[in-house]
Design a protein around this ligand. Sequence first.
Ligand code: SRM
Ligand code: SF4
Length: 520
Amino acid sequence: MIETAATTEKLNKFEKFKAEKDGLLVKNEIEQFAQIGWEALDENDLNHRLKWLGVFFRPVTPGKFMMRMRIPNGILTSNQLSVLAEVVQRYGDDGSADITTRQNIQLRGIKIQDIPDIFNKFNKVGLTTIQSGMDNIRNITGDPVAGLDANEFYDTRELVQQIQNTLTNNGEGNPEFSNLPRKFNIAITGGRDNSVHAEINDLAFIPAFSVNKEQIPVFGFNVIVGGLFSAKRCETAMALNVWVSPADVVSLSKVIVEIFRDHGLRANRQKARLIWLLDEWGIERFRLEVEKRFGKSLLPAAAKDEIDWEKRDHLGIYKQKQTGLNYAGLNIPVGRLSAHDMLEIARLAEVYGSAEIRFTVEQNIIIPNIPDSSLTAFCTEEILEKFAVNPGLLMGSLVSCTGAQFCNFALIETKNRALEMVKSLESELTLSHPVRIHWTGCPNSCGQPQVADIGLMGTKVRKNGQMLEGVDIYMGGKVGKDAHLGTCVKKGIPCEDLQPILREILITQFGAKLREPATV
Ligand code: SRM
Ligand code: SF4
């Protein structure tokens, strides 16, 4: 057993069940679980340990599980997407899939008896769900246009894959990192526009040039640590005052996760993320520990980083750095896909691109490597009516967490409501630029309302003696260059009263105009 700070602290109930039996051990029991059925499972196996395999019991739809994948850098092949579609089609009871705010995908409606078969299918095409939930390292994000963008400093794909391989033992599961105090988020960006919201991760790498002994600029990354959103606290990450070359990114990540594992606070689950250890130790002591474990001296951070662009949404068709090739960014409203949609997207990538698909943290899709000569035909494909390359200026930037349809933490329904409201607002208003509206069903902030132009966080509201679904409104989130978090500007608006308030905000603060009534 790994020595942890937990041994000297009073254990919370999560630490207790982890100490009794490591989450990863259910990997060896999954065949048996499939045979006996979910009703017969130990409560901690059902509700918690299965999440080490990316299998989430949904109390809202008992017996219909959610499976969370790992899609490093958000990139998968059309063959892999087709396998995910087939799983939803064949095994999903009322199945569907959702692209997540971590460039990832989740499948719904899965029965436990089918999970061994599904894992076999995933294995054959190199997909894994391992350690994607609970006290593990989440999907590692990278630039969605890595390797395509003529202006990038560094192609993040290989580094993201290497970190995932190291921390998850090539997707098989890694007992070295299966008992962290809490979740841990990692992001790497090699472009100019901070495409991954680096500042809201526990650990992130940001492009920056240091100078070597000969005073020649050398490319690498400034390291930031301690970003998080939680119901208890939201912070942007702070500078670790370290610059690393790309060659050291994987080992530095490993060292930082080891320190979190060994010293992270475990007594109070609300105070177990990395930021709380940074509070307790101070950044200097943390840096010294990183240096000690890293085994060689670390360079100080470069004076400035290279994030100097506004964040791009990648919707539309763009030239790649490779002559004659283009990438297409498709809007997937609130990230929701049916099996048929997934098969269609896989087909598009195969027919027009290089059989590759990418996800963005805005829950949209990019199809890269479309030759100039195929663009006209591509743009006439029927599926682009549903998943537009030129969506409405609200729809294109709409993000929503799962909400009450499947999530038991939710205080409100999100995805369907978000869609309906944006459709209505777009029918009432004209806009000259995108406005980023993010919905999140509870203060856990999975839908990242604090990074939005307008963030809507689910809450309960009393109106006329009745308890209703409502939202707190966040504003001022800035992404890309000089990113900072938005703050709560209005509390407790019943959802039934929200649309006119949003209309007013869009008109007064984002320059929207009421549409002229149609003349007959
Ligand atoms: Fe999240 C818990 C969904 C991104 C903060 N999140 C959950 C659970 C697992 C709760 C549950 O068991 O029902 C949700 C699953 C609902 C479902 O059925 O889908 C859930 N989180 C999501 C997703 C799917 C939202 C989405 O629609 O995109 C995202 C999946 C990402 C992935 O692929 O791994 C998702 N969650 C986030 C983010 C955004 C991010 O990472 O940039 C955050 C805020 C950032 C952060 O973590 O610092 C986030 N989720 C949380 C928290 C609060 C964490 C904390 O330290 O307290 C919880 C609650 C918890 O962990 O106890 C949570
Ligand atoms: Fe569920 Fe709340 Fe996360 Fe939405 S923000 S997915 S409601 S935990």
